[in-house]
Design a protein around this ligand. Structure first.
Ligand code: KIV
Ligand code: NA
Length: 265
């Protein structure tokens, strides 16, 4: 199978073919999603929640994410692997942003990086791209800024409509190969998708973006808690695991496991 490259994503936009993207953080999930033909896998800073058990994305560090990125890149044959730059690892300066992106490429062997931010981060995107590293931007609701944005709120309504559109144009102009639109109105997402030549990747951004991304534990129900409205549950892995663990426990307690077929003499 041929590796997915950033130009393939652009070509799918030109052909009007929507494409899927999922998060992945370990070897088995990465190889399953690769086999399923998911062209882009994101090792998101959502690992802060989904792997490390924090309640926001803010605490996760570069040193915690790099081993996950390496596990995913090692495990795919075809998918393009994007590494998310965590909070604090690129906001300080353009130089810091390039140095962090280089670590993800060198130590994590990522194929691209992603960062949250619009116009203000255009110089960072331009510098990382100039270093030979493809950048996916992320605008609209940006979870690393939740305290500044006032919580999980839909963006692109009323007063910040122009900000989201301006951010989209700025990250394209800075050289981003794609842009995530998170929790923006379907109307704004549709307009941005029409105006940009680079692919838009929606999450809670309606049906008209060029691609759709979800966090895999949310869409497969490993996360058994409440999921946001934009998540569709495609499986119920959480309850399958609960059932298997419970049955194992019962069989051990009831002297039913191991049976003769699991036993050496
Ligand atoms: O960290 C993440 O999982 C993300 C996606 C939801 C876009 O940024
Ligand atoms: Na993220």
């Amino acid at each position: 199978a041929k590796r997915v490259r950033v130009h393939h994503l652009r070509e799918m936009k030109e052909r009007g073919e929507p494409w899927p993207m999922l998060t992945a953080y370990d070897t088995f999930t990465a190889s399953i999603f690769d086999e399923a033909g998911i062209p882009v896998l994101l090792v998101g800073d959502s690992a802060s929640n989904t792997v490390y058990g924090n309640d926001t994305s803010l605490p996760v560090t570069v040193d915690e994410l790099i081993p996950l990125v390496r596990a995913v890149t090692r495990s795919v044959k075809r998918s393009l692997v994007v590494a998310d730059l965590p909070f604090g690892s690129y906001q300080v300066s353009v130089e810091q942003a390039v140095a962090t992106a280089v670590r993800f490429m060198k130590e994590g062997q990522a194929h691209a990086v992603k960062l949250e931010g619009g116009s203000y981060f255009a110089p960072h995107i331009r510098a990382i791209t100039a270093a030979g590293i493809p950048v996916m931007a992320h605008i609209g609701f940006t979870p690393q800024s939740e305290h500044q944005l006032g919580g999980y709120r839909v963006q692109g309504r009323h007063e910040n409509h122009d900000t989201v559109v301006r951010d989209a144009l700025a990250v394209q102009e800075a050289g981003a190969f794609a842009v995530v639109l998170e929790m923006v109105t379907a109307e704004v997402a549709k307009q941005i998708t029409h105006d940009l030549v680079i692919p838009t990747v929606g999450i809670g951004a309606g049906p008209d973006t060029d691609a759709q991304v979800l966090v895999w534990q949310d869409m497969m129900g490993l996360n058994r808690g409440k999921a946001p409205r934009f998540v569709k549950r495609y499986a119920d892995i959480g309850n399958i695991m609960l059932g298997a663990a419970t049955e194992f426990a019962n069989e051990v307690r009831g002297h039913q496991f191991p049976g003769p077929e699991h036993t050496f003499h």
